[in-house]
Design a protein around this ligand. Structure first.
Ligand SMILES: NC(=O)c1ccc[n+]([C@@H]2O[C@H](COP(=O)([O-])OP(=O)(O)OC[C@H]3O[C@@H](n4cnc5c(N)ncnc54)[C@H](OP(=O)(O)O)[C@@H]3O)[C@@H](O)[C@H]2O)c1
Length: 259
């Protein structure tokens, strides 16, 4: 499918592994110019080598920790202004809210809400001027189906999605959209870390918990990063210009509701 975004420039956060990497692979095939962001330059380099690109495409990476304001500013002063922003990257581990200190809450809010909002702030006026912008927040199902042990994620990601929904209505007349993709259980590193954490906090093994989670899902399995990337790519497309402020679950039907 031609998404109608060839020659656009996409800034993809958390692009070196998992869902972010899958988004980079899909947009590369659409002839989009790419700047990939993550902290580790080695995995960024590996990802760059995986991409199917043409000689005319400009594809690069910047190693940066996006939880730091100075690093976000460095990214924007280094790369071309983005037409497409994929907000994605760090999450927070599960835990018991009784044990979280104020610092844990501030870190959660900084990582999953305030940093992505700042990335939007740094991108959006240029998009408005150029009359084209697609922003996709890769958040979590926890926005719609809060997970008991994921209090930091439930709260901070809902803040990002809610803020974005308000802003989306202010910018859509400039052909700038903001949407959210909410992944369920996806077969990638953040899920492995999560299941390890759950195993540490229970009497069950990693394999038992992994299996149980798959079987509890109506699809009977984990989703793939590519299945999430396909949803992200749709929101990035030229054709999606009349779709904004929306949140799409990619969760194998785990959320049992029609709206
Ligand atoms: N997998 C799931 O089932 C699932 C479900 C719902 C939500 N999520 C959330 O979706 C996001 C992506 O999940 P995933 O499984 O694709 O994760 P992943 O495979 O662990 O990839 C995370 C990516 O983000 C980068 N990253 C992490 N912290 C960063 C930072 N501070 N600054 C810049 N880049 C950073 C990582 O590279 P570096 O480590 O090199 O920085 C990597 O490229 C996470 O926030 C996760 O919590 C995941």
């Amino acid at each position: 499918m031609d998404l109608g975004i060839a020659g656009r420039h996409a800034l993809i956060c958390g692009a070196s592994r998992g869902m972010g990497r899958a988004v980079a692979q899909l947009l590369a095939k659409e002839n989009v110019n790419l700047t990939l962001i993550a902290r580790n330059p080695d995995t960024l380099g590996e990802t760059l080598n995986l991409l199917e690109t043409t000689p005319s495409q400009h594809v690069t990476y910047i190693a940066a920790d996006l939880t730091h304001e100075s690093e976000r500013q460095r990214v924007f002063s280094t790369c071309a202004p983005p037409d497409i922003l994929i907000n994605n990257g760090a999450g927070m581990p599960p835990g018991d809210f009784r044990l979280w200190q104020r610092e844990d809450w501030l870190k959660g809010l900084d990582t999953m809400m305030l940093a992505p909002i700042d990335m939007i702030r740094l991108s959006i006026d240029g998009m408005i001027e150029r009359k084209f912008g697609r922003i996709v927040n890769l958040a979590s199902r926890s926005v719609k189906t809060p997970q008991a042990e994921m209090g930091l994620s439930n709260a901070a990601r809902t803040g990002l999605v809610s803020f974005s929904a308000g802003l989306a209505r202010q910018v859509v007349s400039h052909n700038v959209t903001i949407n959210n993709v909410l992944p369920g259980i996806i077969d990638s590193d953040a899920q492995y870390a999560h299941v390890h954490d759950l195993a540490r906090r229970s009497h069950k093994s990693y394999d038992e918990i992994w299996q149980e989670r798959a079987l509890r899902n109506p699809a009977g399995r984990y989703g793939s990063p590519m299945e999430v990337a396909a949803a992200v790519a749709f929101f990035c497309s030229h054709a999606a210009g009349f779709t904004t402020g929306q949140s799409l679950l990619v969760d194998g039907g785990d959320y049992n509701g029609i709206f």
